[in-house]
Design a protein around this ligand. Sequence first.
Ligand code: K1U
Ligand code: ZN
Length: 178
Amino acid sequence: MSQLNILRYPDPRLHKVAQPVKVFDDRLKKLVADMAETMYEAPGVGLAATQVDVHEQLIVIDTSETHDDLKVFINPEITWASPEKQVYDEGCLSVPGVYDGVERPARVKVRALDLDGKPFEVEADGLLAVCIQHEMDHLKGKVFVEYLSPLKRNRIKTRMVKEERELKREQQKVVGAR
Ligand code: K1U
Ligand code: ZN
């Protein structure tokens, strides 16, 4: 298994729309294993393929405290969303250090395919419902900061660009010292 590089906002590749998975083979199994390792190491509770620069409809989620309940959703579709909403302080591995409230349906039903291409449906609430909707947004090229006010979003963008520049400068120093 290998750890994958997570794209950081405002990388334009985070806005690409993911395409359906058509082939259920060993390449897909390896990608899921690598995404799961990347999510657990980060650490996070979810990861969409878009975040690792793979533009296919695939997400991994584990909201358990014991980190032993990996859920894989391929070509996910929301078939029902509750009229009642909940506000949750969301985070994102592509926007490290930023947490803010986003309002979404409190419960959703999701239909998806498993790693063998077999269809299944689950009803989710709480953090799982939040996480499924957040990750499905990634597959549509949407990052959660787009739900925030333009003022907050621009402040986040400016901070992330500055951090990225500093990170690159540090990396260059390390390479130069070799
Ligand atoms: O999409 C992502 O970048 C993953 C994201 C999922 C998510 C979390 C919370 C609300 C909505 C979506 C994260 O995992 S952010 C990190 C995080 O929430 C966390 C990190 C360590 C332990 C527990 C949670
Ligand atoms: Zn995210």
